[in-house]
Design a protein around this ligand. Structure first.
Ligand SMILES: Nc1ncnc2c1ncn2[C@@H]1O[C@H](COP(=O)(O)OP(=O)(O)OP(=O)(O)O)[C@@H](O)[C@H]1O
Length: 503
């Protein structure tokens, strides 16, 4: 075979002409330092903030600090194989996650990759994890209720669709249970659910997923989990991944509730990666933008107006306190961003009042306008009654001679506390909640021994299902109290068949 010199030289000339050094230099960088899940790379002059970058071993990273000579990158995966001198390439994309209905019923990591062993998620849609919140004009005020099925919440601190309600309390006070029960109660509602588990033990997430499956709500739930053993960047990203998946539903006219369990751990993960990126530390060593970390997340919750499809995204963020201190840095930040908080208190929890909601410190700033009319009417004074009961209770410990009205208030208060107790994973339909609170506030329970109240309620609900189906249906459909004395008549009829415990 003869080699033609002019052919070779023309090929070389062509190669030289096609060579465009600029692109290569800007799109591929070199790792100059790596450790603790953070890398610095040189030569990525055109990298965008938040851009996805790919290391030579296939692991992805996200550009965080864009500095004069180098780019600080958080590594989104195992980083032990990445070495100084490795190549790192731009992808031209900012961080995205897969979204869509195909994700329902699945457990995914913050990158949207399935971790439940059920095979790949077949979805063609992606959404950027950082997108602007809906504008003012696209929103409307909260007007539809989100029924949690928890009496103490639906009656005292109602939540509306599109609201941001903080759930705050010490560890082991039943925070997760409140969110899980709220999701269980969506079984027959037109509401999709996203549960974002941040820094939890894999075994805990596993048992939560199992609870969803057992109660038949897993099919309408996406679980996003960044476990305790995952690197900090994944914990930081998890809530944004969850809200992006939720936004896709909201912009398609659906209703979705997103639970962030919990944002304290996300803030700690963000602090870790900020310190490693050598950003200046501020109060409690958190970086200066820790407020923005949560505000830009929670602002994405909204109720859209009808022109935009009328969908909603309700956010239930969690914050864990130390020794009930709701005045600490992260709790006050998140309290100021949200539209109210549900404060769970350990001493109530340990004294058997579960859910341990502190009625005095819990508020819902916008939910009242979304509350069911009937519930609003029967539960109107409940909060104040409960607060005055707690005050009287403390003061009554000192004296035994109480006048009649004080004693009556104490008796009513004790029954109120009993009625607001609720077991684990036992959400109650709102019409039944209205009935029992009606019975309580109209004084029908005053002659029922306190110890019998829980049993009275349970049997009353069963009796209503069997004997007053139409009354329940009317309550559910109209959301208003029935005219006449139908409700009183129902309570009185049941009281005739209820047998108090012999003492
Ligand atoms: N209403 C309830 N009735 C009975 N037990 C409850 C109730 N609510 C919570 N518990 C129990 O209390 C324990 C703590 O609840 P949970 O895990 O929800 O608390 P948490 O505040 O989320 O805890 P952590 O700080 O570990 O996240 C659980 O074992 C749960 O079963």
């Amino acid at each position: 075979m003869s080699i033609k010199a002019d052919e070779i030289s023309s090929l070389i000339k062509q190669q030289i002409e096609d060579f465009d050094g600029d692109i290569e230099v800007n799109d591929v960088g070199t790792v100059i330092e790596v450790g603790d899940g953070i890398a610095r790379a040189h030569g990525l002059d055109n990298a965008m903030a938040g851009e996805l970058l790919e290391f030579s071993n296939g692991v992805m990273g996200m550009a965080q600090n864009l500095e004069e000579n180098n780019v600080g990158i958080v590594i989104l995966g195992p980083f032990a194989d990445i070495k100084e001198g490795d190549e790192v390439r731009r992808t031209g994309r900012v961080m995205q996650v897969p979204v869509g209905e195909e994700l329902l019923g699945r457990v995914v990591n913050p990158l949207g990759q399935p971790i439940d062993g059920k095979g790949p998620v077949e979805t063609s849609k992606n959404r950027e994890i950082e997108s602007p919140a809906p504008s003012i004009m696209d929103r409307q005020s909260v007007e539809e209720p989100l029924q949690t099925g928890i009496k103490a919440i639906d009656a005292l601190v109602p939540i509306g669709r599109g609201q941001r309600e903080l759930i705050i309390g010490d560890r082991q006070t039943g925070k997760t249970t409140v969110a899980v029960d709220t999701i269980l109660n969506q079984k027959n509602e037109d509401m999709l659910c996203i549960y974002v588990a941040i820094g939890q033990k894999d075994s805990t997430v596993r048992s939560t997923v199992e609870t969803f499956r057992r109660y038949g709500v897993l099919d309408k739930t996406i679980v996003v989990s960044a476990g305790a053993s995952e690197p900090a960047p994944l914990l930081y990203l998890a809530p944004y991944a969850g809200v992006s998946m939720g936004e896709d539903f909201m912009y398609n006219g659906k209703h979705v509730v997103v639970v962030y369990d919990d944002l304290t751990k996300q803030a700690a993960a963000y602090r870790e990666l900020s310190l490693l990126l050598r950003r200046p530390p501020g109060r409690e060593a958190f970086p200066g933008d820790v407020f923005y970390l949560h505000s830009r997340l929670l602002e994405r919750a909204a109720k859209l107006n009808d022109d935009k499809g009328g969908g909603s995204l309700t956010a239930l963020p969690f914050v864990e306190t130390q020794a009930g201190d709701i005045g600490a840095y992260i709790p006050t930040n998140v309290i100021s961003i949200t539209d109210g908080q549900i404060f769970l208190q350990s001493d109530l929890f340990f004294s058997g009042v579960r859910p341990a909601i502190n009625a005095g410190l819990s508020v819902s700033r916008v939910g009242g306008s979304a509350q069911l009319k009937a519930m609003k009417k029967v539960a109107g004074t409940l909060r104040l009654d409960l607060a005055s009961f707690r005050e009287l209770e403390a003061f009554a410990q000192f004296g035994s001679d109480l006048d009649k009205s004080t004693q009556a208030k104490l008796d009513r208060g004790a029954r109120t506390v009993e009625v607001l107790k609720q077991g684990l994973h036992e959400p109650i339909d709102v019409e039944k909640q209205v009935m029992i609170i009606y019975a309580l506030t109209k004084g029908f329970l005053d002659d029922i021994p306190v110890n019998d109240v829980t049993r009275f309620e349970k049997e009353f609900h069963i009796w209503l299902d069997e004997n007053r189906k139409e009354l329940l249906n009317t309550l559910r459909e109209t959301g208003k109290l029935t005219e006449g004395d139908e409700m009183s008549e129902a309570v009185e009829a049941f009281k005739k068949v209820f047998a108090p415990t012999e003492t």
